[in-house]
Design a binder for this molecule. Structure first.
Ligand code: HEM
Length: 142
């Protein structure tokens, strides 16, 4: 059972990574469509939160199965998860209240979207690499 949960957690992380990579296209395909950018951002953030919630849920179930055994690796995952959510919510709020019809604002926000996505991808890749190194015994985070 625990193996299946770890597998689900790990698959969700991979789906999340593909989702984040796909999101990089949003600022480009909505270059001439400010309203579309705002709408796509909304759908993107909702999907982001749904996937992140599923990752946290499976992670918490694994933790419960492990009798809430805290390891440095779990702490790092929770911190990065909270950071990802925080950044996403801040970004969404910024886009939501902005006067997107203003060309300069639209351009600025498209740039911010891209940079923020790259930071989020870097954070996820960092954890995946960390977990692979841990599994291979290169580092120990227990
Ligand atoms: C609330 C958030 C999270 C919790 C409670 C959590 C918890 C866990 C636990 C308990 C494990 C199994 C034990 C271990 O290997 O240490 C695990 C494995 C893992 N987690 Fe998380 N996690 C969370 C978020 C994340 C996030 C945000 C990522 C990546 C971005 C991530 C990536 C992984 C990976 C790659 C594994 C290894 C899976 C495998 O062995 O195939 N986790 N997580």
């Amino acid at each position: 059972m625990i193996e299946q949960m770890i597998m689900a957690h790990s698959i969700l992380v991979k789906i999340f990574l593909v989702f984040l990579l796909g999101g990089l296209f949003i600022p480009f395909v909505t270059k001439k469509n400010p309203a579309g950018f705002k709408k796509a951002s909304f759908i993107y953030t909702m999907s982001f939160q749904a996937l992140a919630t599923m990752i946290a849920f499976t992670g918490l179930v694994i933790m419960a199965m492990n009798d809430f055994h805290w390891t440095l690796s779990v702490i790092v995952m929770i911190i990065v998860w909270a950071l990802l959510m925080y950044i996403e919510i801040k970004k969404y709020k910024l886009i939501k209240v902005a006067n997107i019809e203003d060309e300069t604002t639209h351009k600025l926000l498209r740039g911010a979207f891209l940079k923020i996505s790259l930071v989020q991808i870097m954070l996820v890749v960092m954890i995946v690499v960390l977990k692979i190194m841990e599994a291979k015994g290169v580092i120990s985070l227990s």
